[in-house]
Ligand binder design. Sequence first.
Ligand code: WQD
Length: 341
Amino acid sequence: MRKCVLVSGGAGFIGSHVTVELIEAGYDVIVADNMSNCDLTCFEGVKKITGKDDIPFFKIDFTDPVAAELLFSTNEIDAVIHFAAFKAVGESVNEPLKYYKNNLSSFMNVIESARAHGCDNILFSSSATVYGEPEELPVTEDTPRQPATSPYGNTKTMCEDILRDCVKAYPEIKGIALRYFNPIGAHPSALIGELPRGVPNNLVPFITQTAIGKRECLSVFGDDYPTPDGTCLRDFIDVVDLAKAHVFAVRRMLEGKMKKDYEIYNIGTGTPLSVMELIKGFEKANNLKLNYKIAPRRTGDISALWADPTLANRELGWKAERKTEDTLAAAWAWEKHLAGK
Ligand code: WQD
């Protein structure tokens, strides 16, 4: 019997890549999204990539408990992967209530409705931001979380704790939290990718928009960090590798392979790259010169963060495989696709 997975926030950047991998792994998928931070470009791309034109799609705002309840009561859902959340770090500082209300109530409504209708497998899209600026690197899942530096980051910490406590209280519920590092790139088909609204906050979309001419110049936020080349170090994980990790995690839940009722995994490559190395890698992979300048540090940035992914490698059987140059070539192909080139 084919299992059905609900992907909440499934029309977005990571949700659409996860939907592709789930379908290609043989799962039925339901996509739900309130479309507050995306349009249907990626969902249409998912249909083209998979050749499935009948993927159920529901335009739903999960802060509405009635909508969440209706979705779970009218569909046979075996697991839910929860992406639906606001995710702009800077915006969350200026509008904390918007972030707490949306990100927390959406997740609580999903858990409540899932539980009420026999969907006992909850996979939460968390973030390495919960580690703050760790004392030691690389971080493992036992590295202490630090007080979040933004309301956005705090909602990730709080949602992990909500899931942890629900698993404790409700014996039937199983939970996995995947802590992403820095997702980058796009599907090799160039039919889905990152679609930031307005000026991109994240590095790679700003790079590709600069390369295509939508942005004048990339600012490198600081080259005076205590790192080999002075620019920040990050664990840039290909979005397709990241998506595949979700399939491994869902499979572990649905096949009853979990060793604890609540499990947490770092989803990263384990290999730090600097901002400058990424810029140079983008230029080399795509045979172009990028217009960038060194600018002052960005408030809130930490100098270095990367994963020890050993636990995910061992327990999920998942490992990041894609080469950075292929990731950066895919990011560029996606930007050109958006520009109609
Ligand atoms: C990476 C590096 C910047 C833009 C954020 C969120 C995190 C997660 C991933 C959701 C930093 C530098 C960036 C630019 C630059 N998101 N940079 N010029 O800040 O590591 O993590 O996205 O879960 O929660 O905090 O990612 O891509 O914004 O920045 O120099 O125009 O690139 O200073 O060192 P970050 P990022």
